[in-house]
Design a protein around this ligand. Structure first.
Ligand code: ADP
Ligand code: ZN
Length: 599
């Protein structure tokens, strides 16, 4: 998640005259170069070590730190500060072995040397650029930059990202399309008294294109794009974050129409935890309140849209999500196979790809990859091909790049979810979807997928019960059946001993609905019409509460009904699961088609 916001510290605002400016910049540049040279020389040439010697050093507990990369050699430091270099065994689990020995491991992606040189060049470029920028800026900025915040925020002037740079994510793009019109003609909407969207939250796993989408909104609307990160606002000193927020909005308002992007909004908008870590809370609360005040404060026809991104919506403070604030929530999920084909296609457009490369097949092999990982994959492949000078990107390059990309991620990464897990998820989700269609056809299943989302560990079936004022006992039982169907399907297909933890959330929800039925709504015969909560609140505890027995009996009976239903329709269940394994996502139409064909 990269924010493009450029934030320079303007320490003090003394005015330099032009001549001094140039001299200062050159002098500082030379000084930095010299310092770097001295620092480089200070480091002795690393000692070459054979791999066995290296193992020996580990044994004797003399290794302090190892830099891991994918090159032929690795280097590091011994505890006595001596630098060493040795062969890279490039074996799986190597990092863990080192970590177990208490060695500090730092991973470097790509060739270290190149990295360092590039890093150095970039650093120098940035420094010199920054200095030039500051020295240019200072004279105009006299008295203008606020002393409170010590921060100046500059928009990215010409955002060239367009919707056409986004692949997949169609729904999300569609839901922000009207924002463009709103930014252009806010008056059109305010004339009709429409309350305009001020804040949009994009939520979903990292690398799915949230920043990209926010940029594209600015790009399509042709307005400046301000990018900041929530963590920029979280400061040690109370009040600093809040004044930065005010500064940001003040700047934005001066520009007029624009898009403000706040990445990692959770850094400042986390649920307030009632002062558990009291100290930092003050600052965060003030910052959050400042943001809320600014958002409610701006005029509806200003054409400013605030877009925020987070990995998890459920950790955000509710105050942020209320109407008039971030009242639009758009989920950006991991791409399914069709979306992956499109993303791969998009990122191979500007690359010479050999005809034998089959992007469709590649899309199938990259389950659980995010857009960023797919982009990374194509890029690594291109780098490999360029290094070899092979003219075209071949299967071989992609194959190698594939391992570089997945090796760079930790074990828990989604891309390592095994085929077995995929199969379990497919049957589990197929169970939910099929039972929904069988017991409550009036419920809409808008989508079934085995791609994990932020809402569930293993994929989900979206259920939209028709709007109703009252729910019948039958409806509540049906929703419990739907919840149980995932587990039940696992049991039928894989056997009683192979059921998984995948149903934990389902069971939680089922228990909660059932508890309400028995204790609040008087829907079970033996518990009668009493409301147990009221009884307990009034200190009446001697009522014989047979809730446990009662609830268990009902749940077991419902489970048996689900089991019968799924056993009867096992062929159909299997068909849905197989389709899910192949296509990962089925929409309502495809599901209906399968069900109708069978019934
Ligand atoms: P996030 O903000 O969700 O973490 P980013 O927007 O920073 O993700 O995505 C990083 C990069 O990954 C993008 O710049 C783009 O190159 C690529 N990418 C991610 N999602 C997509 C997508 N849906 N279509 C095209 N490229 C994508
Ligand atoms: Zn489930």
């Amino acid at each position: 998640m990269s924010t493009g916001g450029i934030i320079w510290k303007l320490e003090g605002s003394e005015i330099l005259n032009k001549k001094y400016k140039i001299i200062t910049v050159v002098a500082i540049g030379i000084l930095l170069l010299l310092t770097y040279g001295v620092w480089q020389n200070r480091r002795s040439t690393p000692k070459k070590m054979s791999y066995t010697e290296f193992l020996q050093e580990i044994q004797e507990n003399r290794v302090e730190k190892v830099y891991l990369d994918d090159g032929p050699t690795i280097h590091g430091f011994l505890k006595d500060d001596a630098e060493f270099i040795t062969d890279n065994p490039r074996k799986e689990g190597f990092k863990e072995e080192l970590l177990i020995q208490g060695i500090i491991v730092e991973e470097i992606r790509g060739r270290e040397f190149l990295n360092q040189t590039i890093g150095y060049a970039v650093m120098m470029g940035l420094l010199v650029g920054g200095l030039l920028y500051i020295s240019n800026k200072v004279p105009q900025a006299k008295g203008k930059t606020s002393k409170v915040s010590g921060m100046s925020i500059k928009p990215e002037e010409s955002v060239r990202v367009k919707f056409s740079n986004i692949a997949g994510n169609e729904e999300a793009v569609h839901s922000v399309e009207e924002l463009i019109d709103f930014i252009h003609n806010p008056e059109k909407y305010s004339k009709y008294g429409a309350r305009l969207p001020r804040g949009v939250i994009l939520y979903g796993p990292p690398g799915t294109g949230k920043t990209l989408l926010a940029k594209a909104i600015a790009g399509e609307a042709g307005v400046p794009f301000y990018a900041v990160s929530g963590s920029d606002f979280v400061q040690v000193y109370v009040g600093v974050g809040a004044s930065r927020v005010r500064e940001l909005f003040k700047k934005a308002r001066q520009v007029g129409k624009c898009v403000i992007f706040i990445d990692e909004i959770d850094a400042l908008g986390k649920k307030r935890d009632g002062g558990l870590d009291g100290r930092s809370n003050d600052e965060r609360d003030q910052t959050l309140n400042a943001l809320l005040a600014e958002m409610s404060g701006f005029n509806e026809n200003e054409g400013i849209v605030v877009v925020a991104a987070t990995n998890r919506l459920d950790t955000l403070d509710e105050a942020l999500l209320r109407p008039g604030r971030f009242d639009r929530h758009i989920e950006i999920g991991l791409p399914d196979v069709k979306a992956r084909i499109k993303i791969l296609g998009l990122h191979s457009k500007n690359k010479p790809i050999s005809k034998e490369v089959d992007l469709e097949k590649l899309a199938q092999q990259t389950v659980y990859f995010s857009g960023a990982q797919l982009e990374n994959l194509m890029n690594e492949a291109a780098i490999l091909a360029a290094k070899e000078g092979s003219g075209m990107i071949e299967d071989d390059h992609i194959e190698k790049a594939f391992y570089t990309v997945i090796a760079g991620f930790e074990k828990m990464d989604r891309s390592s979810i095994s085929e077995v897990d995929r199969k379990i998820t497919a049957y589990h989700e197929a169970g939910h979807a099929l039972v929904t269609k069988l017991v409550a056809p009036e419920n809409r299943v808008s989508r079934v997928t085995i791609i994990p989302s932020t809402k569930g560990a293993g994929g989900f079936s979206m259920n939209i019960p028709p709007n109703r004022m009252y729910f019948k006992k039958r409806d509540m039982e049906n929703s419990i059946k739907i919840m149980l169907a995932g587990r039940c399907s696992e049991e039928i297909v894989f056997g009683k001993d192979n059921i998984t933890t995948g149903a934990s959330n389902d069971l939680e929800k089922a228990t909660s609905v059932l508890t309400d039925m028995v204790r609040r709504f008087g829907m079970s015969e033996s518990s009668g019409l009493l409301n147990y909560d009221v009884l307990y609140e009034n200190g009446i505890r001697e009522v014989q509460d047979n809730f446990l027995d009662e609830a268990k009996k009902i749940l077991d009976a419902l489970y048996i009904e689900v089991k019968d239903l799924l056993t009867e329709n096992k062929a159909l269940l299997k068909e849905i699961a197989i389709r899910l394994l192949a296509e990962e996502t089925l929409d309502e139409e495809q599901l209906d088609h399968l069900v109708k064909k069978a019934v």
